[in-house]
Design a protein around this ligand. Structure first.
Ligand code: IMP
Ligand code: MG
Length: 177
């Protein structure tokens, strides 16, 4: 099989920047006067989170979690292993989970349950990308960047086997041919 490589571009760099500004404006309006805590899900969300945070017009704090799902490199089992937990308690906080991509939704549904058990004042989700065709569980995603087709996406933080995160746009992973 050929070496995986960068395929068709799904979301261009300027489209990312434009949509991130729109999301930032929406979130800023919604969280005005509240106590916003961004929770970035590592590693995939780190470009998105840092760009989003810079366009917010409301004060916020940030914390990170790192999770790994058991399963192969391109599909999830839904069983999530916490590699790094939050540094601080979230009880009473207004949490906004910032995710790179929601595919089956299993990872996020696990994370949501886990964080809700810590009794935050609110928990919402902001996902850069979503693949609606692949969804296995119904999830309340408050803010979505782009809906993409059922293709494996790389770039702007998203990886395939730890590669391609550095691309400044989102592309399809081309695996054969
Ligand atoms: P889910 O549990 O199936 O929703 O997928 C969860 C995680 O799998 C995401 O947070 C990503 O880290 C990873 N993932 C799913 N689809 C893709 C993709 O197209 N490209 C890169 N990572 C993906
Ligand atoms: Mg992820």
């Amino acid at each position: 099989m050929a070496e995986p490589r960068v395929g068709e571009v799904l979301v261009q760099r300027d489209e990312l920047a434009h949509r991130v500004r729109e999301l930032g404006a929406e979130i800023s309006a919604d969280y005005e006067g509240r106590d916003l805590l961004l929770v970035g899900v590592l590693k995939g969300a780190f470009f998105f989170l840092s760009d989003l945070m810079r366009v917010l017009a409301v004060p916020c704090e940030v914390d990170f979690m790192a999770v790994a799902s058991y399963g192969d490199s391109t599909s999830t089992s839904g069983v999530v292993r916490i590699l790094k937990d939050l540094d601080a308690p979230i009880q009473g906080r207004e949490v906004l989970i910032v995710e790179d991509i929601v595919d089956s939704g299993l990872t996020l549904s696990y994370l949501l349950r886990m964080l809700q058990a810590r009794e935050p004042k609110s928990v919402e989700v902001c996902a850069l990308l979503t693949k609606p065709e692949r969804r296995k569980v119904d999830l309340p995603i408050r803010y979505t960047g782009f809906e993409i087709p059922d293709r494996f996406a790389i770039g702007y933080g998203l990886d395939h086997a730890e590669r391609f995160r550095e691309l400044p746009y989102v592309a399809v992973l081309e695996e054969d041919g």
